[in-house]
Write a protein that binds this ligand. Structure first.
Ligand code: ARG
Length: 580
């Protein structure tokens, strides 16, 4: 694997400079392969990084230092070429070994471990990670922001799990607040138990919209809502039982829709769980002298750097009830106690950046130093995500739309007719397209949504990834008889093969980088590029009609590439398809 070469080169450097080999690992990177295929080295060592780390003295001319170090290094049977560039030393490894080491795991049934046994990845901290994502609000709209949170959080959870962490996947429902007062008050008038069972999300939303409209001109409804919510807060059994019904039915429905999307949660928590704890957290703040009463009678925490109340955060309304942030403080403390996480990641759109920065600040002020392990992953807005029937209100709308559109596109190709379950395939392809579009750029940027573009089969889309994967699977199906435990790595010497292999060398670095900034774009772009290299290999390296041992070696190359593609897709939250 890649780590074999990294270690060998690091050891060589260690011997030459009389330093432990570990220090060279972070300074060594696999060289990005250019589209224009030409012979190029495989790894480069950055002298700048070594000077920055204190491994090399940081004074003197860096180029002289580079040339000097390079001249001390000797080529051998693994590293066949050592050259220098601008403050870098390039290493070219033996071509036969490159194929042998990289493609070795695929003959041993260790396909899903590819790239994971790596010094580079070992340098990452491992532990328990709690990822909170999706977190829609009951009876309210599920908007594009919730969809983004769902797929981004799922990606982060998958990535963390792949890298050996224990992961807790949590959905924190907006299951508390005045909307339940309104729902409770309005359900008798506008609700129907039957409709609630039939289509719960839609029905609750409808009742909520209707009762809101009514409340606008009817103060009695407003008053009834307040009374109902108060009853809820005081745990009165009738109110609680209705609320519970709303919640249970909603969760059941959501579970079902998330399943279509390929997403699951270990815990469905929610704001309602932390009512009482919120009051307890407020008492703790009080006893530390951190809670002040404002002129309006609200309870606030002073977050200004000079303690002059120029920036405060409200935790209690004047009637003593808690707010969104108060419940978040309580929820964080509760999660720490329950799950002993080493890190907790919240995924929401960027409009909540201030909220989370205040949350972490307050937790720290309360003496919870573990708040340093909390992180908010925020993302930009999606503009123009509409379905044929109008605005997106439910997650299901998006999934239905993506399925219908993909099905229509697929029906124009012949192969679709042979599919057993075209609906299901279309849905999975469509979801891949959504995910790839969403993950291609930086999370923080906003983007404009365009159905036509995301579903193009040519170009850098999720459809292209699925198509590449399905094509490789078909190649393997057709040549099943050829697959063997061994292969001759000397037969993969063409530049087309080398490019695929060199690109695979980068996989562990891509995972490493993703683990650091939690951006899915590195992996998406790696997989898209891999698919382009595979397309060239598919054109130029036929299996059928080639000599037996050549065909066998090529098949191994394709099967390795296919596994890495599938592994990467799964981390992104995409189910790789064997046929399409
Ligand atoms: N339900 C919230 C919303 O829809 C998102 C919750 C985010 N998580 C949290 N712990 N505050 O805006």
């Amino acid at each position: 694997m890649a780590s074999f070469f990294r270690r060998t080169i690091a050891a060589k450097l260690g011997r030459t400079l009389q330093q432990p080999e570990d220090v060279f690992i972070p300074a060594l990177t696999a060289i990005t392969v250019l589209k224009k295929q030409q012979e190029s080295p495989d790894f480069k060592l950055s002298l700048g990084t070594l000077r920055g780390n204190g491994v090399l003295p940081s004074h003197g001319d860096i180029q002289q230092q580079t040339e000097h170090l390079a001249s001390q290094l000797k080529e051998d049977s693994v590293v066949e070429g050592i050259t220098t560039g601008k403050a870098v030393i390039n290493f070219k490894v033996n071509r036969k070994l490159l194929a042998e080491k990289l493609l070795e795991p695929f003959g041993k049934g260790e396909d899903d471990k590819f790239g994971l046994n790596s010094e580079l990845l070992d340098s990452l901290k491992r532990g328990t990670t709690l990822v909170e994502y999706s977190s829609p609000n009951i009876a309210k709209k599920f908007h594009a922001g919730h969809l983004r949170s769902t797929i981004i959080g799922n990606f982060i959870a998958n990535l963390k799990e792949t890298l050996g962490n224990k992961v807790i996947r949590m959905n924190y429902l907006g299951d508390w607040g005045m909307q339940f007062g309104l729902l409770g008050a309005g359900f008798g008038q506008f609700g129907s138990v039957e409709k609630l069972k039939e289509n719960p999300l839609q029905h609750l939303f409808e009742v909520y919209v209707q009762v809101n409209k009514e409340a606008e001109h009817n103060p009695d409804v407003k008053q009834a809502a307040r009374v109902f919510f108060k009853q809820l807060e005081q745990h009165e059994s009738q109110a609680v039982s209705l609320w519970q019904q709303f919640r249970e039915i909603t969760v059941k429905e959501y579970r079902h829709v998330y399943k279509r999307l390929g997403v699951h949660f270990d815990v469905y928590s929610g704001e309602s769980f932390h009512q009482d704890q919120a009051q307890e957290a407020v008492r703790q703040l009080q006893s530390r002298g951190l809670l002040k009463t404002s002129e309006k009678g609200t309870g606030v925490v002073d977050l200004s750097p000079h303690g002059d109340m120029s920036s405060v955060c409200t935790l209690l309304r004047s009637d003593g009830t808690s707010l969104y942030i108060t419940r978040d403080i309580a929820a964080a403390i509760d999660r720490k106690e329950k799950y002993c996480f080493d890190e907790m990641i919240y995924v929401t759109d960027k409009s909540q950046e201030n909220h989370f920065s205040q949350l972490f600040q307050i937790l720290r002020a309360m003496g919870h130093s573990w708040a340093d392990g909390c992180r908010h992953v925020s993302f930009g807005l999606v503009q123009g995500m509409k379905t044929r029937t109008g605005d997106v209100v439910f997650l299901e709308d998006v999934l239905d739309e993506v399925r219908a559109r993909t099905l229509q596109n697929m029906s124009q190709t012949n192969t679709t007719k042979e599919l057993e379950d075209a609906d299901d395939t279309a849905e999975k392809v469509g979801i891949s397209a959504l995910i790839v579009r969403d993950f291609k750029g930086s999370l923080h940027s906003d983007y404009k949504f365009d159905w036509e573009r995301i579903l193009q089969s040519q170009g850098d889309t999720g459809v292209f990834l699925q198509y590449t994967h399905a094509r490789l699977c078909s190649l393997m199906r057709k040549n099943e008889g050829l697959a063997a435990a061994t292969f001759n790595p000397s037969l993969l010497g063409e530049q087309t093969s080398i490019s695929v292999l060199q690109h695979l060398l980068r996989y562990e670095e891509v995972l490493h980088q993703s683990a650091q900034d939690l951006e899915p774009k590195h992996l998406v772009n790696f997989l898209l590029k891999l698919s382009h290299f595979i397309a060239s290999a598919h054109r130029e390296l036929p299996v059928k009609g080639s000599q037996h041992d050549v065909a066998q070696a090529r098949l191994r190359l394709f099967s390795g590439a296919c596994s890495v593609l599938a592994n990467g897709m799964r981390i992104l939250g995409i189910t790789p398809l064997n046929k399409m």
